[in-house]
Design a protein. Structure first.
Length: 196
């Protein structure tokens, strides 16, 4: 490999993260007035009940295919507290004001979750693992933190646990790794030229 080839590889690795910053996959957290997760205190007004949060798959959105992948769980068997009863309904609601102002707002149903395959209504071991196709008209609102997941029970018909979908602020690890690799490559080339 010539030094010219090494320089080209180094520059490509250095600038690869710029391309990946426009990556098609966006990850989300669930947030609200009471904190992170699916919480009764995130309801508006606050409810009394169990707790829930992200499953191992988390929540992510593919901007190329407009598919939202969701893995949420609740109940004691999932490491949270049990809901007051079996889930009667669950939805994605929107559009509110962007987060955090939207934490205190209610909005209409955009997408039902409880009718989809992968939904478990159990109060002690419940959750949803599946996908939802997001309409283009709702994409900007989803990415701006203007939607939330609401889980309803008979005792809490307006919703027992809620979490606003907020884009995860953590940087993409692969982009950091690529930038570091490109930087190391260019530094090693500079050192090699100095020693010659």
């Amino acid at each position: 490999m010539t030094s010219r080839d090494s320089i080209i590889i180094g520059i490509l690795l250095l600038f690869a993260p710029l391309h990946s910053s426009n990556a098609a996959i966006v990850s989300f957290i669930l947030d609200g007035n009471a904190g992170l997760g699916l919480l009764p205190g995130n309801e508006n007004p606050p409810a009394t009940g169990g707790t829930g949060g992200l499953g191992s798959g988390g929540i992510s959105y593919d901007t190329d295919t407009n598919v939202l992948s969701i893995d949420i769980v609740w109940g004691s068997a999932n490491g949270f507290t049990d809901l007051t009863g079996t889930v009667s309904a669950s939805h994605i609601h929107g559009l509110t004001a962007p987060a955090p102002a939207g934490f205190s707002q209610n909005a209409g149903v955009l997408y039902p979750l409880h009718t989809l395959s992968g939904f478990n209504t159990s109060a002690t071991f419940g959750g949803f693992t599946g996908t939802v196709g997001i309409q283009e008209i709702h994409e900007a609102g989803l990415l701006a933190g203007q939607t939330y997941i609401n889980v309803h029970t008979p005792q809490n018909g307006g919703g027992e646990i809620r979490g606003q979908l907020v884009v995860n602020p953590v940087p993409v690890p692969a982009a950091v790794w690529l930038f570091g690799s490109g930087l190391i490559c260019l530094i090693s080339l500079a050192r090699r030229k100095q020693s010659v």
